[in-house]
Design a binder for this molecule. Sequence first.
Ligand SMILES: Cc1cc2nc3c(=O)[nH]c(=O)nc-3n(C[C@H](O)[C@H](O)[C@H](O)COP(=O)(O)OP(=O)(O)OC[C@H]3O[C@@H](n4cnc5c(N)ncnc54)[C@H](O)[C@@H]3O)c2cc1C
Ligand SMILES: NC(=O)c1ccc[n+]([C@@H]2O[C@H](COP(=O)([O-])OP(=O)(O)OC[C@H]3O[C@@H](n4cnc5c(N)ncnc54)[C@H](O)[C@@H]3O)[C@@H](O)[C@H]2O)c1
Length: 633
Amino acid sequence: MQSSLTLSLSHSATASTIPKSNYTPNHALRFPPSKLTNLRFCGLRREAFLGSSSLSRSQSLQNKTLSKKINNAISASLSGNGSAPKSFDYDLIIIGAGVGGHGAALHAVEKGLKTAIIEGDVVGGTCVNRGCVPSKALLAVSGRMRELQSEHHMKALGLQVAAAGYDRQGVADHANNLAMKIRNNLTNSMKALGVDILTGFGSILGPQTVRYGKLDDSPGNTVTAKDIIVATGSVPFVPKGIEVDDNDDPLVQYAFSRRLKEEDAKCLANLWKTVITSDHALKLESVPDWIAIVGSGYIGLEFSDVYTALGSEVTFIEALDQLMPGFDPEIGKLAQRVLINPRKIDYQTGVFATKITPAENGKPVSIELIDAKTKEPKETLEVDAALIATGRAPFTKGLGLDNVQVALKNGFVPVDERMQVLNFEGNPVPHLYCIGDANGKMMLAHAASAQGISVVEQITGRDHVLNHLSIPAACFTHPEISMVGLTEPQAREKAEKEGFEVSVTKTSFKANTKALAENEGEGIAKLIYRPDNGEILGVHIFGLHAADLIHEASNAIALGTRIQAATNNSRLYSVGLENASSDLSFVHACTLTSDIKFAVHAHPTLSEVLDELFKSAKVKAHVPGPVSEPVAV
Ligand SMILES: Cc1cc2nc3c(=O)[nH]c(=O)nc-3n(C[C@H](O)[C@H](O)[C@H](O)COP(=O)(O)OP(=O)(O)OC[C@H]3O[C@@H](n4cnc5c(N)ncnc54)[C@H](O)[C@@H]3O)c2cc1C
Ligand SMILES: NC(=O)c1ccc[n+]([C@@H]2O[C@H](COP(=O)([O-])OP(=O)(O)OC[C@H]3O[C@@H](n4cnc5c(N)ncnc54)[C@H](O)[C@@H]3O)[C@@H](O)[C@H]2O)c1
């Protein structure tokens, strides 16, 4: 924390409980001295460089001029009749080489398909370059910083550590280098397997036909394929009224291109990067003293972990009535108690950030807040920087989908459960699929990849429908949060509609030897299930390595494993024991393997948290029935 800070935020207080006199007016005091110097030294107005335009890369890609260019390019290369080609250049063409496209390409090659992937920017897409990969590198640092800074934690382990510090550029380099390494791995893996990587912006010209090339009026290249997968991903969603001024701003690019003196360029960069999205925040070009994070979903929460570990104070601005509204409410409450309240984080819920203006000429970032329900103005917050983490928008403009009678829905590509793209009438367009963030089903890297693999299975003759309720998700805070399936309210709603009973059971990390050995006993696991048949409806974990632990539950859901199947397993179990010498493996195969309650976990491991969880579930007593003959598998 800078010594210039005059305000010490109460840990659990909402912003509105902080005396107003401390909160906004003397805001200049919150600026680190270096920044004030820079602001005075620069004395430049951003408009002096490029007028008032300040679109980020992603936004500028999406703007109208771009759409026009693409449409012109598409019309220039349309062959005329729009009918399907008779022979094909490829078996499969994928538009977009993010993790979704990459996963599909690798599986397609394995299945013997001649495959090409079209990429308009860099291989790896959001996850590798601007998402999962660099964010997890920053979170790895924040986790260690947090641990080293916790005197109490260190003392409990009998350790003595001198004051922990960090080198901002070193941390940023770690994230950037990791992204580069994974990007190279992805590129090399595709090249090695013979996937053709075609460079350019891809769009659909007609059935089974794609154009790729520059974003200009040139005809570009036309390629055909038996099947096409759209995997164009997403970009940060910035609500109306919020002005983002991140580093990809054409103004900054312009300044650099004019070869300003290094300190001038740095100064300009400092001056302009005050309202950012995750695209920019991941570069960690600065660690602001006080940053407002608009949105308390995955991105907001993970960045709050990073920023507070590195010394920032955070103010969350959340439109809904509670923080982390997407999580199971009970897990959300615990997460708030552990991840928010003891840290230098305050928050306002039930408010919209309607207008955000970047810092300029010595003035801080200003954030106008309105009550989310009444729409009445609430207050204007002044901070050093703002991170906009209000969701993601599909990147689907200019894809030419109207050439195959497809209309976007709020920008997303409409698909059915097999990821087949649906036309105006709701019918699948033959040979056209969309996976990943662009279809909006589940905006997660592994979901994109799993959808891609599922599509390849289908086009190679094996029908496959992905069960999205079996796909786990994790938030990589310290400790982590993970989940699979339904939240408790969702499960109860479903139960009411379909007429079944729901039970909930929980276990604590406090009872787990390994967690206690690590001095990390804070956490719970929660199981939501059907007591009548032992079906797992949802599992939620908050605690050490929750992101790794969830897979036992997600695999169980995917494979249809029950907590305890509705057969008389206990009788089968005893039959097995009596005949242990010869028949136990048979009995195992047909009964115990379908009962997760009887799975064996190594001791002492964190996985015993889940073992306890499944064992504590009370599946209703079964009517004793005839014991079926064991079947060899
Ligand atoms: C900060 C952050 C952290 C995240 N962390 C995680 C995490 O920990 N775990 C997780 O599961 N998910 C995480 N995500 C979400 C994850 O990044 C996305 O769900 C995932 O990247 C989606 O993959 P995709 O292949 O659908 O799209 P993308 O990764 O966005 O890739 C799309 C690709 O298509 C290219 N493209 C777009 N249009 C065209 C076109 N017309 N022609 C040619 N190329 C085109 C783009 O340049 C891009 O390379 C995170 C996201 C963010 C922003
Ligand atoms: N660990 C991970 O798997 C991981 C990490 C980061 C991102 N992601 C993916 O990226 C996607 C985007 O993440 P995200 O955190 O931006 O979105 P999100 O949907 O998770 O959360 C956005 C939050 O912003 C709030 N909000 C929206 N507009 C607002 C406004 N004007 N004022 C105040 N609050 C507002 C919403 O109520 C919501 O709580 C997620 O869907 C997630 O799947 C995943």
